[in-house]
Design a protein around this ligand. Structure first.
Ligand code: TXA
Ligand code: MG
Length: 325
């Protein structure tokens, strides 16, 4: 008998998975590369739950899965290189990093606050059926806790994340067994960000150009590549007072009083809810009408650690901007 949470990726399994995903739950799904921990990419809370389940110490952006090029184009801008690669390698194990459209409905948390979004159209019939049936783009990192091996069978997921997902769809062993190749085609020269199931030279041949190597050149260093969103106005964290000119990002049942405007990450003090709201609320408060954003203390537990990591970087970016060397 398979564990209760594992279900065959047949019509009934796919229907159940799609319903769970539409209601914001997480489902492990097979893809041709590795099993993915999938949630509705347009649902901030579902995305927060993915980070929580993986116990990633910080918000690394996730891959968003769609059926095809046209679905991708509703969320992101496809550059000329992107069009060529999508036409040749989708559906398949190639992930393209693209500029988010301004009207992009995918959670900002899935992009970890970046202006770019990583997308791929998977080839696995079960993954495609779930995309079709659920009707939503699926954020899906590999279905392993941070620091563990990527799962290539349903049983691997059950062993590592069984208690953190609503359902594991069994689609048999993954054909490639390694993750997709990630290429940045968001602007300028195409760059290789992660080696994976499609060889880089096959991509170079198809594009007729060399790929910038991972981490090569100043604009491609990992730090720059993943340069995260920092508000344009100053930001202070762990505040216990707020000025009348400041915007307050509150947390918990007792927000400070006296700010120009207040948004509360989680009135009940729930870190997962706070993570779901973090980037959207930072964007709303990042307005030159305010002298700065003041953020109340958020405890380290659960996703609190990743939120604090993110806020510390925003403060750091702010310091760097004011004291350039
Ligand atoms: O094969 C795969 O790609 C699997 C299956 C499930 O599709 N997924 C996967 O996702 O490996 P994940 O989240 O484990 O890997 C995401 C990779 C990371 O290296 C991340 O840094 C990069 O994609 N990435 C995502 N969004 C990005 C962005 N906006 N800019 C640069 N890199 C990004
Ligand atoms: Mg991974």
């Amino acid at each position: 008998m398979p564990p209760a949470k594992v279900q065959t990726g047949d019509e009934a399994g796919i229907a159940r998975a799609s319903n769970l995903i539409r209601q914001g739950d997480l489902v492990a799904i097979p893809t041709e590369t590795v099993y993915g921990l999938a949630g509705d990419a347009t649902n901030d809370l579902a995305i927060a739950r993915i980070y929580e389940a993986k116990a990633r110490p910080r918000f690394n952006p996730l891959i968003v899965h769609v059926l095809d090029r046209d679905a991708a184009a509703t969320h992101a801008v496809l550059s000329e290189n992107a069009e060529r690669l999508a036409a040749r390698f989708w559906p398949g194990p190639l992930t393209l990093v693209l500029q988010r459209r301004t009207d992009c409905r995918v959670s900002r948390l899935a992009s970890a606050g970046l202006d770019t979004i990583a997308m791929r159209a998977p080839a696995h019939p079960v993954a495609r059926a779930v995309l079709q049936k659920s009707g939503v783009p699926l954020a899906a990192p590999s279905a392993n806790p941070a620091g563990r091996l990527s799962p290539t069978e349903a049983a691997h997921v059950a062993a590592m994340l069984g208690d953190r997902v609503a359902l594991i769809l069994d689609g048999g062993p993954c054909r490639y067994g390694i993750e997709s190749t990630v290429i940045d085609v968001s602007g300028g020269d195409a760059a290789l960000l992660r080696v994976g199931a499609i060889a880089a030279d096959e991509i170079e041949t198809h594009l007729g150009q060399r790929l910038a190597a991972p981490g090569s050149g100043p604009a491609r260093s990992p730090g720059m590549q993943l340069r995260h969103y920092a508000p344009h106005i100053p930001i202070r964290i762990d505040v216990d007072r707020v000025a009348p000119t400041e915007a307050l990002l509150a947390f918990g049942p007792n927000p400070l009083v006296g700010a120009a405007v207040t948004l509360n990450l989680s009135p009940s003090g729930n870190a997962t809810e706070a993570a779901a709201n973090l980037f959207a609320m930072l964007h709303r408060l990042d307005d030159p009408r305010f002298s700065g954003i003041a953020v109340m203390p958020i405890p380290e537990r659960g996703l609190g650690a990743a939120i604090r990591d993110r806020l510390r970087r925003a403060v750091q970016a702010d310091d760097d901007a004011q004291h350039p060397d």
